[in-house]
Design a protein around this ligand. Sequence first.
Ligand SMILES: *Cc1c(COP(=O)(O)O)cnc(C)c1O
Length: 395
Amino acid sequence: MSITPLMPVYPRCGVRPVRGEHCHLIDEDGTRYLDFAAGIAVNLLGHSHPGLIGAIQTQAATLMHVSNLYGSPQGEALAQRLVDLTFADTVFFTNSGAEAVECAIKTARAYHQSAGNHEKFELITFNNAFHGRTMATISASNQEKMHKGFSPLLAGFRYVEFNDLEGAKAAMTPQTAGFLVEPIQGEGGIRTGTEDFLRGLRRLADANDLMLVLDEVQCGMARTGTLFFHEQVGIEPDIMAIAKGIGGGFPLGACLATEEAARGMTFGTHGSTYGGNPLAMAAGMAVLDAVANDAFLAEVRDKGERIRARLEQFIGNYPELFEGIRGKGLMLGLKMKLEPRPFMQHLRDNHRLLTVAAGDQTLRILPPLIVGDAEIDEFFDKLSAGAADYDPAKA
Ligand SMILES: *Cc1c(COP(=O)(O)O)cnc(C)c1O
């Protein structure tokens, strides 16, 4: 037998973390890495946040799981908190981002079909999007590398160029149910949706009774310096999928919707065995306690601006490597002139700095939101040293 016990779907690297401390990961052999990947925008509070640990420990010792057949004081409390903080009137909890997007897709279809409009099932989505790895969420992306071997895809998605409002308008048909879009594409290369584009989608949705569905799984939860990125654009969605940061490392996602948008999601239409279990709710509440306040968000914006300014200065020294800086707050991308993966590996293996490669030749910089000045200095020390001794020919 040559297959590994862990199904070999990930090309895993040699870093094997066993412990985390604040913004650092510690390997099996004791090597310390500066973690500016944060579990891919998950560990908002770093790796040993006392508030998050305490909340999970206390809840684990009290009640971990009960079925959604019973009342959920913990779920009601976290849902109410999210409703108070956002456009939404109602929340469905999931265990992951893909499940949150899956629920968002079902909610958008059911909005129309519950009103008798059975022909409206198609969502317009955008090139190089990433919405997860379930059948529906790979079908929602035009990326063929995610489709290969898994046909037939789920019907009902139409792909248009990102940031192309005219293209989105032209793709509308009597089957269109709405738009599904990441307001900042994460895996696609930290590509920010323009105000014209995102506001335009909102206007098209309003004018044609369509659902605007935002996937803020990566860019949401304080990552960009507001609780959700769409606040910076001055629009509100009808439906929104969130996950990643909301559990701070505990598996948790959610689909948020207005009352109108959720009109098709009635008794028996959807469910999840684990979704919204008390342990996940305790983690989500602890994360919101830490991040959902003006002082914390202002700090994220401030740190984001300082890192960005230093990055701008830094890339000027290496015009052969870097083209520019992308993103908002602490969701930053270094657009490179070469493939980012070998450079990411060089930073990891030779300088003990963790970042994440993304599409469109972009290196993602996603520190824990609690990153301090000392770690920011350490990041620039490692990044500068890494750029100085990088030899693409040897990588
Ligand atoms: C990561 C991600 C997902 C999928 O989340 P999982 O928890 O891996 O299922 C969906 N959408 C976006 C934008 C993401 O970044």
